[in-house]
Write a protein that binds this ligand. Structure first.
Ligand code: ATP
Ligand code: MG
Length: 658
């Protein structure tokens, strides 16, 4: 027995590579190093300056009111219209002809939408919602694939002060119903069908099933997307259902945007449910838009009228809200929106789009980068990617090997990469390198942005030193912070504010560490941390060690109860093409590889080769389901999986094979 106190989280992996920005990039960058000093000297003045990026109908009188913590108010007394800020003001400033959206449909059809057209579309849709009786404060649920109408519908809600509640297009009827009921949505927006991997699949049919007997829903608006490509008739409920085109086209393109209070609610969005039951996160207007616009400008170094920006997220995820809709449009971006999957009709689809539209900023997720690695570097090598000048990653810790591959094979070895840490709850990016300033390190999100304060603390809430691991907390309020969980203040306090209530810290639920330079590394969910013989080991570091082996495409590890060590590490791996049939020797080799990379304590007890991993819509691995498999339990709630058949594929593979 040892009496010394064990650390909150062990620090196993070290990284010595560092990439300074090129002098040219640094010289032209939006953000500069003195933003850190400026924000440190006077946080409120710094945020007040960021809020001036927006048009306010009435100026605020107080930057932040934290007297009713943890319920924050930002830009108190200010009034603005979020949609006006994202659309109209650019048209009024003479940029009506600039393309806002280069939309690419999966079958190959395209639409280019200018800011002037977007203004008309949003105005008509706002009039349409009003004609159905939607007023400020009402909730509108939106279940749509990545088509322009999704963005238009969100902005139309914002324009009239209604809250949108976007539900991922792939979610089941029961998942949609849960979110419609919880938010008591009055109107739902969907489409007839969606293109998925080259085929038209019904969408409205699922929504009909979801809405059977839904008490709050008065109208269902249906966008025509697949039309006659869809087999069979689109079911119709007389009196409830209306076609989007018939309803919206009949409206006037004149709509006077009303100025709403800075704290007027903007939307509800349910979290991924990676670790538990989804929470209805509430965001409001002025602070949220300020931080979305500021971060989109600083972190992506976005130059309006010059850059072509592409965020590959789905609109059903917070990244789609802040970095497809609100941040980029507030900053007058020209952006690509792509409807389909990355391998339809071929595995070079993204690179082809980047080549065609000369995309300069590309923001995606580690899960996709690892998939591209699996498909092979020769695929992107066949396209001209020279327009790219900045790459971004979000959603999970990015393994150093994936980071290096991204830099080398997509970023020609010279694009800055921004690894952005944030959550549905934070509303916008919180921890990230600043391109042009930070010397980037593969795998690390590095530093809180200017104006943001974050710390890694131990069990008692005391900051750990360099080289130490612990819990990530946010110790000061920030403009885009959630204002609560919809309808459940107690859950809001319990979930985020009770763990370090003495200090008043927001507990993010993630493990993290400082390296020897004081840079922050995210280490995955605290719920997923493994305890092996008293060592607290993060899933991230073991997974990164596995992925650094040439035969491994993807890896997920969990701690399964173990009679001798408390927990044992069980790894699930997807192997690359030719290694897919790994024998005992190859498995042994992998176990030794982990031991060599990060130490014998992290050597997996067991490694299982699987065809797929269970993931949420944002590509996050749901380790709790794998823990169920590793401990031979019945598998828990799978409703927020992107593909609900994955768990069957995994258990089938395991019972027949290894
Ligand atoms: P739930 O809270 O319901 O389990 P979720 O946390 O998966 O859902 P999101 O808000 O989409 O839903 O995800 C936020 C989480 O994603 C963060 O807490 C963190 O664990 C992870 N994450 C996001 N970006 C990064 C990043 N750059 N590095 C490491 N982890 C990240
Ligand atoms: Mg979460």
């Amino acid at each position: 027995m040892t009496t010394e106190q064990s650390p909150a989280l062990d620090n196993l992996l070290t990284e010595s590579r560092s990439f300074p920005p090129s002098p040219e990039f640094a010289a032209a960058a939006n953000a500069t190093a003195d933003w850190y000093t400026e924000a440190d000297a006077d946080r409120e003045a710094f945020w007040a300056k960021q809020a001036e990026r927006l048009h306010w109908d009435t100026t605020w009188t107080q930057v932040v009111d934290w007297s009713d913590a943890p319920f924050a108010k930002w830009f108190v007394g200010g009034k603005l219209n979020v949609a006006y800020n994202c659309v109209d003001r650019h048209v009024e400033a003479g940029h009506g002809d600039q393309t806002a959206i280069h939309w690419v449909g999966e079958p190959g059809d395209t639409r280019d939408i200018t800011y002037a057209q977007l203004k008309d579309d949003v105005s008509k849709a706002a009039n349409a919602l009003t004609s159905l009786g939607v007023t400020a404060g009402d909730r509108v649920a939106i279940q749509l694939q990545m088509i322009p109408e999704a963005i238009v519908a969100m902005l139309a809600c914002a324009r009239i002060g209604a809250l949108h509640n976007v539900v991922f297009g792939g979610f089941s009827p029961s998942a949609l119903r849960q979110r419609v009921d919880d938010a008591e949505a009055k109107v739902v927006v969907t489409s007839d069908g969606q293109y998925r991997r080259g085929k038209a699949a019904p969408m409205k049919a699922n929504v009909d099933e979801a809405l059977e007997g839904a008490a709050s829903v008065e109208k269902l608006i249906v966008v025509r997307r697949t039309g006659s490509d869809l087999e069979g008739d689109v079911p119709w409920v007389e009196g409830r259902d209306v076609w989007w085109d018939e309803l919206v086209e009949a409206q006037s393109a004149d709509h006077e945007p009303e100025a709403f209070d800075s704290e007027h609610p903007l939307y509800i969005l349910y979290t991924s449910g990676t670790t538990g039951k989804p929470k209805g996160i509430l965001h409001t207007s002025g602070g949220y838009l300020t931080q979305a616009a500021y971060t989109h400008n600083a972190v992506f170094d976005h130059k309006p009228g010059e850059d072509v920006y592409w965020c590959t997220a789905d609109i059903g995820w917070v990244t789609g809200h802040s970095y497809i809709v609100y941040g980029p449009l507030a900053n007058r971006a020209t952006q690509v929106v792509y409807e389909g999957t990355p391998n339809t009709p071929h595995e070079g689809r993204h690179w082809e789009i980047i080549q065609n539209y000369k995309v300069s900023i590309y923001y995606t997720a580690p899960t996709l980068i690892r998939t591209f690695m699996k498909w092979g570097a020769e695929i992107p090598a066949g396209y001209d990617l020279s327009s790219l000048r900045l790459l971004g990653s979000v959603g999970e810790p990015i393994n150093p090997e994936a980071w290096m591959w991204f830099r080398e094979h997509i970023g020609s070895g010279n694009c800055p990469i921004v690894d952005t840490w944030w959550q549905t709850e934070t509303g916008a990016i919180m921890i990230s390198p600043l391109p042009g300033v930070t010397h980037a390190k593969p795998g690390s999100a590095q530093q809180p942005l200017p104006g943001i304060s974050a710390k890694v603390v131990d069990d008692a809430g005391t900051p750990v030193g360099n080289g130490g691991g612990g819990y990530l907390v946010l110790d000061k309020p920030w403009p885009a912070m959630l204002r609560g969980i919809w309808g459940d203040d107690q859950r809001f306090k319990d979930t985020y504010w009770s763990r370090f209530s003495d200090q008043g810290y927001y507990f993010a639920g993630d493990g993290a560490k400082y390296d020897n330079d004081g840079d922050i590394w995210l280490l995955g969910r605290v719920d997923d941390v493994m305890n092996v013989s008293g060592h607290r080991i993060s899933t991230t570091e073991v997974e990164s060690a596995l992925v650094s082996h040439p035969t491994v495409a993807e890896a997920a590890v969990v701690g399964a109860s173990d009679a001798t060590t408390g927990q044992g590490i069980v790894a699930f791996v997807i192997l690359r093409g030719d290694a897919a049939q790994a024998g005992d020797e190859a498995i042994q080799d992998l176990r030794n590889h982990v031991a060599k990379e990060i130490g014998p304590i992290a050597k997996p007890r067991q490694i299982m080769v699987v065809p797929e991993l269970p993931k949420t819509r944002s590509g996050k691995i749901m380790r709790r389901l794998l823990r169920d498999v590793a401990e031979n339990r019945e598998v828990g709630d799978v409703t927020t999986l992107a593909d609900s058949t994955v768990m069957d594929q995994i258990s089938k593979g395991l019972s027949s094979g290894s």
